[in-house]
Design a protein around this ligand. Structure first.
Ligand code: ADP
Ligand code: MG
Length: 154
């Protein structure tokens, strides 16, 4: 599908990319975050949450599976399925409920919940670059994701 690429020379650039994504979010969106351990998935999510005005700590949901962030305007749910040993854990933990209705959902290690994870709107890929920075690519998976991507590159 339609995509965009961006070089992120340092951690601040990853935070800025997340914050930029925050400026164009509809109330209902699911974002897949792909990339190896240490690629910057949680850092990008932190930038997005800061961009939305959340000032508290943003910690990795590796052990909790989901970290919720809510205010009067928006609900954000940050997931990390790295520790799943089987995809059924997604259903066993009742996580499917978070994907019904409004909310911005960011999912690290989405493949570990396959095939139970509902359809997503946007895919974010992060790779460690030879320079030590990161390469970011965004790919739209739905019309809502495409609108988001268009706003991101505009
Ligand atoms: P993940 O969630 O993908 O496992 P994290 O975001 O937890 O990765 O951690 C990535 C590490 O890489 C952090 O130490 C962060 O400071 C660093 N980092 C993030 N973005 C960049 C970047 N563009 N260039 C260099 N280092 C980065
Ligand atoms: Mg992480």
């Amino acid at each position: 599908g339609p995509s965009a690429r961006l070089h992120l020379p340092d951690e601040d650039a990853t935070l800025a990319a997340g914050a930029r994504l925050a400026t164009a979010l509809p109330p209902r969106l699911t974002i897949l975050l792909r990339g190896d351990l240490g690629a910057g998935k949680t850092t990008l999510t932190r930038g997005l949450l800061r961009g939305l005005g959340f000032t508290g700590r943003v910690k990795s949901p590796t052990y909790t599976l989901v970290e919720p962030y809510k205010d009067s305007r928006i609900s954000v749910y940050h997931f990390d399925f790295y520790r799943f040993t089987h995809a059924e854990e997604f259903l066993e933990a009742g996580l499917d409920e978070y994907f019904e209705g409004d909310g911005v959902r960011l999912v690290e290690w989405p493949d570990r919940a396959h095939p139970y994870l509902p359809a997503a709107d946007l895919e974010v890929l992060l790779h460690v670059a030879p320079s030590g920075g990161r390469e970011l690519s965004l790919r739209a998976l739905s019309p809502e994701g495409q609108t988001c991507l268009n706003d991101f590159i505009a």
